[in-house]
Design a protein around this ligand. Structure first.
Ligand code: SF4
Length: 192
C-alpha cells in the first residue's frame, strides 16, 4: 500500500485530472442522485470510495478530502494527523519523526503539489477535521455542494433577467413590444 501511495504522489497530475473528471461526472449525475435520494446512495458510494482510495492513498475516510490540495498525499497518514504542513521533527532525508521508515506525508505533499496544475492550493489553510464526517463519502458531499452552488447561480441569473424584463420594456418598448412577460417577472415587478 505504501508503494502505491508513493506512486500516487509521483503521478499526482494524472490523478488531479482524473479527480476533475470524476467531479464533473458526479455533478452531472446530481438530478439522478437527488431522485434516488442522497441518503440511500451514501453507503454504497462511501464503500466504493473507501476501497478505491484506501488502495491508492491509504485513505482513512475522514470525510473531508483534501488530496487535491496536498499533492495526492493523504495528511491523515501523518501520525500526528497534521493538516497544514509538517511538524518540526522531520528527519534528514524527509523521513517521519514517529515512523522513521516512512517519508513525511508533507514532504511527499510538496513533491506531489509541485507536479500538479493547481499545486498552489497546498498553501490554502485547512480547517480542523470535523470528526462527525468520518466515514462519510467526500466525493458525494463535494459534488452535491458544487451542484447546489451551480443551481443557485443559474437561478440567480434567471431571476436577474426576469427582474430586468419589465424595465427593459418600459425603457425600450421596441425591444420586446409583444412578448408576453414571464410570470416570475410579473411578480418581481409587482413587488416594486
Ligand atoms: S484526506 Fe481524508 S478522505 Fe482524503 S484520502 Fe485522506 S483520509 Fe481519505
Amino acid at each position: 500500500m505504501y508503494r502505491i501511495r508513493l506512486f500516487a504522489v509521483r503521478h499526482s497530475r494524472a490523478f488531479e485530472w482524473l479527480y476533475a473528471r470524476l467531479e464533473t461526472t458526479m455533478v452531472a449525475l446530481d438530478p439522478l442522485f437527488a431522485r434516488v435520494g442522497y441518503g440511500r446512495i451514501e453507503r454504497p458510494i462511501a464503500a466504493v470510495e473507501r476501497v478505491t482510495k484506501g488502495l491508492l492513498f491509504d485513505c482513512k475516510m475522514c470525510g473531508q478530502c483534501v488530496l487535491s490540495s496536498t499533492g495526492m498525499s493523504c495528511p491523515m497518514n501523518c501520525p500526528k494527523q497534521l493538516r497544514n504542513g509538517p511538524c518540526g521533527g522531520v528527519r534528514p532525508g524527509g523521513y517521519c519523526e514517529v515512523k522513521p521508515q516512512m517519508r513525511c506525508v508533507w514532504v511527499l505533499a510538496w513533491d506531489g503539489a509541485a507536479r500538479m496544475k493547481e499545486g498552489s492550493k497546498i498553501r490554502d489553510v485547512q480547517p480542523p477535521v470535523d470528526r462527525s464526517l468520518e466515514g462519510s463519502s467526500s466525493w458525494l458531499r463535494v459534488s452535491r455542494e458544487k451542484a447546489a452552488r451551480l443551481r443557485e447561480a443559474r437561478e440567480a441569473s434567471r431571476t436577474t433577467i426576469a427582474k430586468a424584463f419589465p424595465d427593459a420594456r418600459a425603457h425600450e418598448p421596441a425591444v420586446a413590444p409583444l412578448a408576453p412577460e414571464p410570470p416570475a417577472a410579473n411578480q418581481a415587478g409587482s413587488k416594486r
